[in-house]
Design a protein around this ligand. Sequence first.
Ligand code: NI
Length: 172
Amino acid sequence: MSQNPSLHEFLKISQQRMHNHYLPKLLYCIDQLEPHMLWNKPTSTTNSIGGITLHIVEHVNRNSIRFAQQDHPGFTTGIEDHFPDTNLSPEELKEQVHNAFDTFYSVMNTLITRHSDDIDMHSLYHLVEHTGYHLGQIVDRTKIAVNQLLNFCQDGINEKNLRTLIGKRSNM
Ligand code: NI
């Protein structure tokens, strides 16, 4: 079976954007913060950076499970209120992030090599968009907390490099 070329490229873009853009930015933000800053809430109705991170992790994990098992029945509860305050150490939090993003990367690899056209693009598009949305919150909060700019583009995390990476891998 051969995969629709556009679908194949969409899988690759999603995989690499998650792993080479969002993952390093998220880890970088966690590294900038003092441990207590991760769980600090600016107001009583605002989520902590750690809580938002675990919200992202849960969404990534759920998608990995569903993309790995096409007949998965789905989850009965949503994650819209899932912003747990666990007071994990930065190392423990980063380990959860690493595990979630690494698993997602390998699940995408399986889908790419399986050459199936039966992919839930709605969920994949939502996952990438949702991760970017909440990562934006975390980046903004981190900038305010440490009172400095975070120069991702200058450090090589930019669209040009991502395109180059995807182009190279696609030709392999
Ligand atoms: Ni959300």
